[in-house]
Design a protein around this ligand. Structure first.
Ligand code: FRU
Length: 464
């Protein structure tokens, strides 16, 4: 019998399976989150949308199932939500309705909508599907947004080796306006769960960010999320700042299908903190699947060019500096400064500030350890090979998924923020320009943090 790994400050379903976050939307102080959900088992199955709400993005109130598979149109695959300001759809009963747009996955993948006037019950629209399809095999995960410049709705939809854009005056009548990605894609696999939104760049211009999760046919390399930077003219997206390699949203494997909240005052991203190839084997019964912390996005200039920076919304922590052991006298040639402190609780924050190289280790009394290093090659390495239970999946235990390395995008002094919640470890280096999200399953909580090398260590317990 495994111990309770349910995260305390991240969204998980009360039971059953979840994957992608769906229908993320903010309204009047409430964050709505829906999730791909199988209520019957801790593995993928007939997809529903489960609903939860939060006022702080840290504690979630479960609202049960919002959308059930439809006999005629099929399962409810991923999608998005908007507040239909001005009731363009005519589906409001005096106020602005919330519209959910999702993929009906039956014999074909088609786009449907459902509406809600009370934010508790959700009614599929009688004229579904609103974007029919009998031709394309992969055609899913509509992310809808309001195009203020042109005064109409837009949706970006994953369509095999590309994404498509469609526009509508009322969320019901749609017309295709463009497509992107067939030539520009720098990763294998098919597109899934796209998102498109503008962000201010440091030079004052507006840059559009297109996020695309990529599903690979085989497990190796896993499912990863990439992003493109460019411009959107209301009809299609053009990549105006190509990078030599795919830009990864996360250097870890446990952050997939991340999309932003609609109707929020700035882009706030949240992903599924699991990986397709081993999620269903994780020792977390009676539930399987968790979401990442929500992360505010910005664009920053780095030595590797313009890039996304992620700043998570976390509980407040009381950070306490840990003294570095005094250097021995005389100083041995191979001396490495060391700081070691006690970690209390299962939700904590570790900060390392360093002008050089360091190795940070979280460990428990059973000898399990999770190690995060910044080496001389200036790569951030997250090594979970000895972090806890890995027997549940040979893939999870394999080198590819156990030790993850990614080069920094900036040089000079480094600040690392690591946020831990029972089984989810989210590491943000250099102001969130390099992120690693990794799940670990220690048999007992980590109780010690050790820093070897140059730097200062801080341990933060949750402030009560
Ligand atoms: C991505 C995904 C989506 C699909 C959903 C099905 O993880 O494959 O493309 O809509 O999951 O659950």
């Amino acid at each position: 019998m495994s111990r309770d790994f349910r995260p305390l400050r991240h969204y998980t379903p009360p039971f059953g399976w979840i994957n992608d976050p769906n229908g993320l939307v903010y309204e009047d102080g409430t964050w709505h989150l829906f999730a791909q959900h199988n209520p019957e088992a801790t593995h993928w199955g007939p997809m529903h949308w489960r609903h939860a709400v939060s006022c702080d993005l840290l504690s979630w109130e479960d609202r049960g199932i919002a959308l059930f598979p439809d006999e005629a149109l099929g399962m409810i695959f991923s999608g998005s939500a908007v507040i239909d300001h001005g009731n363009t759809s005519g589906l409001g009963d005096g106020a602005d309705p919330m519209i959910l747009m999702y993929t009906s996955h039956g014999e074909h993948e088609q786009q449907s909508i459902a509406y809600s006037n009370d934010r508790v019950t959700f009614t599929p629209y009688a004229g579904d599907p609103v974007i029919p399809n009998t031709v394309q095999k992969n055609f899913r995960d509509p992310k809808c947004f309001w195009d203020a410049e042109r005064g109409r709705w837009c949706v970006v939809i994953a369509a095999g080796d590309r994404v498509e854009f469609h526009a509508s005056p009322d969320l019901i009548r749609w017309q295709k306006t463009g497509e992107f990605g067939q030539c520009e894609n720098r990763m294998g696999g098919v597109f899934e769960c796209p998102d498109l939104f503008p962000l201010p760049a440091p030079d004052g211009s507006t840059v559009w960010v297109l996020i695309a999760s990529m599903a690979h046919p085989g497990p190796f390399g896993g499912h990863r999320t990439q992003y493109f930077l460019g411009q959107f003219d209301g009809e299609t997206f053009r990549e105006t700042m190509p990078a030599p390699h795919a830009r990864l949203l996360d250097a870890g494997y446990d952050d997939y299908a991340a999309v932003t909240f609609a109707n929020a005052d700035r882009p706030m991203l949240l992903g599924w903190a699991n990986a397709w190839c081993y999620a269903m084997f994780e020792p977390t019964d009676p539930f399987c699947g968790a979401m990442t912390y929500a992360r505010a996005l910005s664009l920053v200039e780095t030595d590797a060019g313009l890039c996304l920076a992620q700043k998570p919304v976390t509980p407040a922590f009381r950070d306490v500096p840990v003294p570095t052991e005094p250097a021995p006298d005389p100083l041995p040639r191979r001396y490495l400064p060391k700081a070691e402190g006690v970690v209390r609780g299962e939700v904590f924050h570790i900060r390392v500030e360093s002008e050089g190289c360091f190795a940070l280790t979280l460990s428990n009394e059973g000898g399990e350890s999770l190690c995060v290093t910044l080496g001389t090659d200036q790569s951030l390495v997250v090594d979970r090979s000895r972090a806890g239970n890995s027997d549940f999946s040979p893939l999870y235990a394999s080198g590819l998924f156990a030790v993850m390395a990614q080069p920094r995008k900036v040089h000079g002094p480094a600040t690392l923020d690591l946020y831990f919640d029972r089984m989810i470890c989210e590491t943000f280096l250099d102001g969130g320009t390099l992120v690693n999200t990794s799940v670990v399953f220690p048999e007992a909580p980590y109780t010690k943090a050790t820093l070897l090398g140059e730097g200062r260590l801080y341990i933060g317990e949750e402030a009560q």
